[in-house]
Design a binder for this molecule. Structure first.
Ligand code: IPE
Ligand code: IPE
Ligand code: MG
Length: 247
């Protein structure tokens, strides 16, 4: 559904019906830049500002977990210069946002193939995660070199190994056991998935975890996305009837 027509009006969000976990596919930085005849990197820089706004707003509203798809396993196939710029931007973001995360009681976590990230980013990431370890106001989950098929493959390998060594019985593998072997272990599944820029696809994001997630796709490009539209989407979410297959 598109957001442009739904009026935010004076409708107030019901704090009791907020999603516990919001996941976002932040797409459209390149198109935003192209529209302005700018380099794609400029789009990523503007996109980083949106990240700041949405993290802040999520914290203010009382969202428990915010998972942001920042770099996919497939994104390694982009030009080397774009990858380098994205990594540099990520590194800067992780440093510049530290004090605000500390002040606002936000814990940083990363999901994905962290060992594939450049050493400098890995170090900064580790430092920021260590610094915010005790924060419990909100969990900010960055999906970095993340791919759901990679995550599922890794889970199958781990469980197969445990079955071979006798640590687990193959018959004891339940959906709960599977969930506890994914990057998102100990987290509730996303209640709401937002994708910006209008593509009607999942792009290898959280395939297992979104089985019953409400999906909202907006045409707005990520650098143009902001607090007002985010709140409108949350209001839309609160109107939905989640049946989970029941009547
Ligand atoms: C999203 O914007 C950011 C990343 C995937 C890193 P894109 O770079 O995919 O922007 P478009 O889709 O080309 O507009
Ligand atoms: C999805 O966007 C990945 C991230 C937002 C990090 P892409 O731009 O990489 O996805 P596709 O290529 O449109 O599927
Ligand atoms: Mg894209």
């Amino acid at each position: 559904m598109n957001s442009s027509s739904s009026p935010a009006g004076d409708t107030i969000l019901d704090p009791a019906k907020l999603p516990r976990h919001v996941a976002i596919i932040m797409d459209g930085n390149g198109r935003w830049a192209r529209q302005r005849l700018l380099n794609r990197i400029k789009g990523h820089e503007k996109g980083a500002e949106t990240v700041r706004t949405i993290v802040r707003t999520s914290r203010e509203l009382g969202i428990g977990i915010l998972t942001l798809y920042a770099f996919s396993t497939e994104n390694w196939q982009r030009p080397k210069t774009e990858i380098a710029a994205l990594m540099e931007l990520l590194n800067r973001f992780l440093i510049s946002e530290r004090s605000e995360m500390m002040e606002n009681n936000i814990r940083l976590n990363a999901i994905g193939q962290i060992d594939r990230l450049p050493r400098a980013v890995r170090l900064t990431l580790q430092q920021t995660m260590d610094l915010t370890r005790d924060k419990d106001g909100m969990l900010l989950n960055l999906a970095l070199s993340y791919g759901a098929r990679d995550e599922i493959t890794m889970m199958v390998q781990t469980l197969a190994q445990k079955a071979i060594t006798g640590e687990i019985d193959a018959g004891d593998i339940t959906p709960e056991v599977i969930s506890e072997h994914l990057y998102t272990r100990h987290m509730p599944d996303p209640d709401l998935l937002i994708r910006t820029s209008g593509e009607m696809r999942i792009s290898n994001f959280l395939l297992w975890q979104i089985a019953y997630t409400e999906i909202y796709i907006t045409n707005t490009l990520w650098p143009d996305f902001g607090k007002e539209e985010y709140i409108r989407i949350l209001l839309d979410f609160q109107q939905r009837e989640r049946r989970f297959g029941k009547v």
